[in-house]
Design a protein around this ligand. Structure first.
Ligand code: PNS
Length: 159
């Protein structure tokens, strides 16, 4: 059985993430998606909110489990006995940072990171743009799962 860990901020999860999760779920026996802290970004949603949105968005995928974790990816990977870390790549601009994280995680624990490229229909999606569109009343239908669209509407209702 091959188990992979897909970590990210998921602030919030969007359809580009869902595409990567769905692909990973077809390639591997078990996928753990973890909502984690990225210290280089200011979080908007609390980790438990992000976990809740993820959980409702992947309910149709029986071999996918969602967790929240504050700590190092390599520690969670060890705790889960994950065989690989999985990351999505949207564009070359993602690659430099992702490669460095993959190398750092490999140096620290020996775990390898496998990259799954985004389909072109999803490669422009980014949580920060989704949040901006939602905040200013833009149309995000088709970019996020329905439950996430509803949660974003609630989040920015007073703005
Ligand atoms: O969706 P993101 O923001 O690109 O995800 C980045 C994330 C959360 C995977 C990264 O910041 C991370 O791994 N955070 C956990 C702490 C950690 O392990 N840091 C060392 C990375 S080399």
């Amino acid at each position: 059985m091959t188990r992979v860990l897909y970590p990210g901020s998921f602030d919030p999860v969007h359809n580009g993430h869902i595409e990567i999760i769905t692909t990973a779920a077809t390639l591997f026996d078990s996928v753990v998606v973890a909502a984690m802290v990225n210290t280089t970004k200011d979080g908007v949603f609390q980790l438990d909110d992000r976990e809740e949105m993820l959980t409702s968005s992947v309910a149709n995928l029986p071999n996918v489990e969602v967790k929240l974790f504050s700590g190092l990816v390599v520690d969670l990977a060890k705790e889960l006995s994950a065989d690989f870390i999985v990351k999505g790549l949207r564009a070359v601009s993602d690659f430099e940072n992702e490669l460095q994280m993959a190398q750092m995680n490999n140096a620290a624990s020996g775990i390898h990171t496998l990259f799954i490229p985004s389909a072109s229909k999803s490669s422009f999606l980014a949580s920060k743009f989704i949040r901006d569109f939602a905040k200013w009343g833009g149309d995000i239908s088709g970019m996020v799962p329905d439950a996430v669209a509803a949660r974003l509407k609630e989040q920015y209702a007073g703005d």
